[in-house]
Design a protein around this ligand. Sequence first.
Ligand code: HAM
Length: 415
Amino acid sequence: MISAPRGTRDILPGESWKWSYIVQTASKTMKDFGFSEIHLPIFEHTELFSRGVGETTDIVEKEMYTFEDRGGRSITLRPEATAGVMRAAIENNLCAQGASAKLWNWGPMFRHERPQKGRYRQFYQIDAESLGISNAAADVEVIALSIEIFRRLGLKNLEVVINSVGCEKCRPVYRQKLIEYFEKHKSDLCETCLTRLDRNPLRILDCKQESCGRVADGAPDIFDSLCDECREHFAEVRAGLERLGFTYTLNKRLVRGLDYYTKTAYEILSGDLGAQNAVAGGGRYDNLASAIGGNKIPGVGFACGLDRIMLVMEEQGCDFGQTPKTDAYVVALDDKSRGAAQVLTYELRKNKISAACDIAGRSFKAQMKSAGSCEFVCIIGSEELAAGTVSIKHDGSQISMPMNEAASYILKSKN
Ligand code: HAM
C-alpha cells in the first residue's frame, strides 16, 4: 500500500464542499474589494524565491522543495505566492507607467516543515496582493480585506497584530543595534538564534524559546530606529484601521518569516488553533520587485491558510452554507425500466437539476434508500414505460405526468 507523503492529506468529499464554500466566500469578497483573480505556475525558478523571500529565511534555507528538472534547471515548488505574483506583474507589464494592480489567487504551497496540527507540507493559501501603490491606504485596504473574509466566514476570537519593520534606510541601523545587544546576551540564546545573530538578527525577536524570549523582551525598540517616512506611514496605517473601526494589537516583536517586508507587517491570530495560530499573515514589500530584477513596484498583501481556516471553522461550529444535495432520484421498478430511468436522469441534468439514478443494478428497495434524502423521487415501472409517464413523489404526495414534463415540473416546484 502506497500512502500519501508525510505532511500531505486528501481533501475528501465530506470536507471538499466546505473547502469550496471558503474559496467562494473569499472570491466574492475579493471581487467586492476590486481584486482580480490570476493563476500562476506552481513551480518557478529557484532564484525567484532565494532572491525574493530571502537567502537567510527558514523557507529558503531549509524548507523548499527544490529539484533539478530534465533540462538541468533548478526548480522549486512554490513555498508562497507573493514572489510569483510580483514576477508575473513584472513579466506581463501589469504595473507599467505607474499603473496599479489588485490581484488574488489561491492554491497549494509547499514547505518541508515538521508536520503538526495546522502545519502541513502541502497546504493551501488564499492570497491577495495590491501592487503599485505606496500609500498607507493600500495597507489599510488589504488588512480590511482579510478581516472582511473572516467576518463573512463567521470566524470569532481573532486578534489582528501589527508592526512596522522599517525600510532599507532605517532597518540596517536597527539591525546593528540588535546585533550589539544580542552579542551581550549570547549565552542565553538557543542554537538557532546564535546562527541568526549575524545573518538575520530580527528573527531572534520572535523566537518561541523561553530564554530567547526573555532576552528579546529587553531588546532595543524598533520604534526608536524607524525613519520619519516609516514612522509616518505606520501612523497612517493605524489611523486608517481605527477609522474603519478595527481593533488591533501592536507587537513590536512581530517580524514575520519572509525577508521582503518593509514598513507594515501583520498577522491575524486565532485563539482556537494551538501553536500554529496564524490564520493570515502579510505586509508591505516595496523592495521585492527590485530584488527579483524588476523596476521598483511597491506592494502590500496577505495570505491566509485555508487548512487553518477550515480547522477554526470546524472548531467554532461555523456555518458552511448549504450542504450539497441531489434534487431528484430516478428509481427503476424493474430491470426493463433501467434504460428509461437513465434517460430521464440525463434529461433532468440537462435542465440543471441535480439528479441521480442507480447504475449498479441494485434492487428497488436499495434504490428507494438512496433516494431518501432527495426532494423528488421519480419512479418508472412497466406501466409508466408503456404510457411514457413517470410518477413523482414530492412533499408527501405522488403524481403521474408525461415523462417530458418532469423537468419543468421539478424546476417549478423545487424549494
Ligand atoms: P506566511 O505567514 O508564510 O506568509 O503564510 C501565510 C499563512 O499561510 C499563514 O498565516 C498560515 O495561515 C498559512 N501557512 C503557512 N505555512 C503553513 C503550513 N505549513 N501549513 C498550513 N498553513 C500554513 C506568506 O506566505 C506571505 N506570502 C504572505 C503575504 C502575501 N505577504 C504579502 N503578501
